[in-house]
Design a protein around this ligand. Structure first.
Ligand code: HEC
Length: 285
């Protein structure tokens, strides 16, 4: 299971970790507004850059934002770096259009918020490094966590965690990964490169995974197609391929037609689903 996107339950943070954060924040207050703590930027876990707050500010112009922060429960003002500019500066422009389509944002205690990387290219996101209302940081959330040294906020009305915008606090790293790294359970294990199951996986990854999960990993708009049972164990091949090509013929449904898929593409998707039938979920709900 991937971690839910959203605020971190600080019940999992130890007093030592809170103290460490406090120390980092105090150090930041002495040296200037920017925290001394460094923020790490990675791709598939490999470091791309690691900078302190002051170093980041030499590359990305800070802004001030004032908005209703739902985690603080009140209107707040922060100094922050716009997240798109920050990502552009660290990964180079165009980072949001690569196969590294997923972002894993990890907090001081190892808690990870997972998000679609393209969300971080949207306006409204800002990486807060200073609370302008109080010295240090005002605690947030039900458990009054200290959000520093870095806290990603979104100022838009529809940019809450319920719309899958990540709001990690006590952030230490951003790691851009490929979809299959975020969802290892969907991989066609054992399929030879170029085999029909491998080709089917490529189509599935590009067109189906955003709505359908395999073994509880993936989108939640449509049903999981492998757990608890593979769709291939209770539907015929003819039904599945016919349905995937044109669901609108059968039902009024949120699933789009895929009229451009060739018969061979549909066969490949089917073969991928059959392969996954032999690779059931490890931990049923
Ligand atoms: C926009 C979201 C969306 C996309 C994209 C999508 N689906 Fe679906 N799919 C759904 C929803 C919702 C359902 C369930 C309700 C329904 O059938 O209307 C569904 C149902 C199905 C079913 C039928 C399950 C059953 O037993 O009734 C299959 C099979 C399926 N999808 C496969 C695929 C495949 C393969 C792709 C990619 C080529 C795909 N879907 C793309 C949303 C989507």
């Amino acid at each position: 299971m991937d971690h839910p996107v959203g605020p971190v339950p600080d019940s999992v943070r130890s007093p030592a970790q809170r103290l460490l954060t406090l120390a980092l924040v105090l150090a930041g207050a002495i040296a200037g507004a920017e925290p001394q703590a460094s923020l790490s930027f990675q791709r598939s876990g490999q470091r791309v850059a690691e900078l302190t707050g002051a170093q980041i500010s030499t590359r990305v112009a800070p802004q001030t934002v004032t908005f209703f922060d739902p985690h603080a429960g009140k209107t707040k003002s922060y100094r922050c770096w716009p997240i798109k500019s920050l990502m552009d500066a660290m990964y180079g422009p165009g980072w949001d259009a690569t196969e590294y389509s997923e972002a894993i944002l990890t907090a001081l205690d190892g808690y990870a918020s997972v998000s679609v990387a393209a969300k971080l290219a949207e306006p409204g996101g800002c990486m807060a490094f200073e609370d302008l209302d109080v010295p240090g940081w005002e605690p947030i959330g039900r458990r009054k966590a200290n959000p520093g040294p870095y806290y990603l906020v979104w100022t838009g009305a529809n940019q809450g965690t319920e719309h899958e915008y990540p709001w990690p606090w006590q952030l230490v790293s951003i790691n851009l990964v490929k979809l299959e790294e975020r969802y290892p359970e969907v991989l066609p294990r054992g399929a030879a490169p170029g085999s029909s199951a491998a080709r089917g996986f490529a189509i599935f990854k590009g067109r189906c995974l955003r709505c359908h999960a395999i073994n509880q990993q993936g989108g939640k708009v449509g049903p999981d197609l492998n757990a608890p049972q593979s769709v291939t164990s209770y539907r015929t091949k003819a039904w599945i391929t016919g349905y995937v090509r044109q669901p609108s013929k059968y039902r009024y449904t949120a699933m789009p037609d895929h009229l451009d898929l060739k018969t061979s593409d549909l066969d490949d998707i089917y073969d991928y689903l059959v392969l996954k039938r032999a690779q059931p979920e490890k931990t049923p709900r």
